[in-house]
Ligand binder design. Structure first.
Ligand code: NAI
Ligand code: ISE
Length: 344
């Protein structure tokens, strides 16, 4: 069985997912596309030589008889409406982060999904599929480094566009750490605090950059996460877990090492698309395989989308107050308790 996809939003990552489903992965086919910029949708069809219909909007695409699953890669504020329409129509959804821009919006999706009686939604938190994070998790879950006590992370981008704001450091960037870290250490967050080091002259007027977040879990693990989106030198993701019996590091991306002119050198990637290319492939392949095998997707859930939104809200508040802000989650519904997510 081939899963027939409709794509809402044919920008950067929308096209990247179209490319991987069309050229790299197996079991899926793009049959429909839409974008508020119709020209972009038409160009995507042409670029990948798709046998796909261009729809005027997400509602028409969701309603199309031949669309089994919807990929949501529009701008964040548009996600909720499309996801809700697809879930209410009983269609599968792969939604890029954020699931919705508010915790209330995520909760509406959670409720709509529960009403359908089965999992339909997977959120594009791809780091859970990254080999390095999977190995880190194994070191924790097998108790190889003992109980985790502290985590230190770095999320650096070489630069960002003019429209990137202080808040986006949370909702666009830290959101990946927010998701992957609670999964990694098997604990929920309790509070978050933010401090702003001296600002780089490379950041725009409306962006405080870098920022340092301290998250505390219910079990007392302290996580320090730096977001620095104008670091200039590369796209750099680091993570170190300090346990009672040892320490585990996220592996560096393999690259040749050169010795030249009295220098030892190794390359650093510049683009997030390259850093997590295998993880993006794996998450979508798993989405398709799992639906075929079990009738439900297996990756990050709507509830994970909700946890990320609540945590992001508290972090944005902490940016403004400068104090420790509590992270208060609703009780996890039984519907998601039963569903154990395995992404290895
Ligand atoms: P983009 O700006 O390149 O593309 C978004 C596209 O969606 C544009 O072509 C725009 O015209 C279209 N669009 C906006 N609202 C729409 C609507 N209501 N209906 C139909 N089309 C609409 O943005 P990009 O970088 O592709 O990001 C898209 C989403 O993916 C964002 O939510 C972003 O946070 C997420 N993302 C996730 C990444 C990850 O690592 N998992 C990486 C990059 C983006
Ligand atoms: C971008 O939107 C992403 O999702 C990338 O994965 C992330 O590393 C980057 O910082 C974001 O701006």
């Amino acid at each position: 069985m081939t899963l027939r996809f409709g794509v809402v939003g044919t920008g950067a990552i929308g096209r990247d997912h179209i490319r991987r489903i069309t050229n790299t992965l197996s079991g899926g086919k793009i049959v429909a596309v839409t974008d508020v910029n119709q020209l972009s949708a038409e160009q995507a069809v042409e670029q990948y030589n798709l046998d796909a219909t261009v729809y005027p909007d997400d509602k028409a695409l969701v309603a199309a008889q031949d669309v089994d699953a919807v990929i949501v890669t529009s701008w964040g504020p548009a996600h909720e409406a499309t996801v809700l329409a697809a879930v209410e129509a009983g269609k599968y959804v792969f939604c890029e982060k954020p699931l919705a821009t508010t915790a209330e919006g995520c909760m509406r999706i959670v409720e709509a999904e529960i009403k359908q009686g089965k999992r339909l939604v997977q959120v594009g938190f791809m780091r859970r599929y990254d080999n390095g994070y999977v190995q880190l998790k194994e070191a924790i879950d097998t108790n190889y480094i003992g109980d985790p006590l502290m985590v230190r992370c770095v999320h650096r981008n070489p630069e960002v566009g003019e429209n990137y704001t202080t808040e986006m450091a949370v909702v666009d960037t830290l959101i990946h750490e927010i998701d992957v870290l609670h999964w990694l250490v098997n604990d929920d967050y309790k509070s978050v605090q933010v401090v702003f080091p001296r600002k780089t002259r490379n950041a725009s007027e409306h962006l405080q950059d870098p920022q340092i977040f301290t998250l505390e879990t219910n079990g007392g693990i302290i996580i320090n996460a730096e977001v620095f989106v104008n670091c200039k030198y590369g796209y750099d993701i680091q993570c170190e877990v300090i346990g009672e019996e040892g320490v585990a590091y996220l592996p560096e991306v393999p690259s040749i090492v050169t010795r030249k002119e009295a220098k030892l050198g190794t390359n650093i990637l510049m683009d997030w698309k390259d850093r997590f290319i295998n993880a993006y492939d794996k998450e979508l392949q798993d989405f398709m395989d799992s639906i075929k095998k079990t009738g439900e997707p297996n990756g990050p859930t709507s509830w994970d989308g909700y946890i990320a939104a609540v945590t992001a809200d508290a972090a944005v508040k902490a940016q403004k107050t400068g104090t420790k802000e509590p992270i208060l989650l609703a009780e996890k519904p039984d519907f998601y308790q039963k569903r154990v997510v395995e992404t290895v």
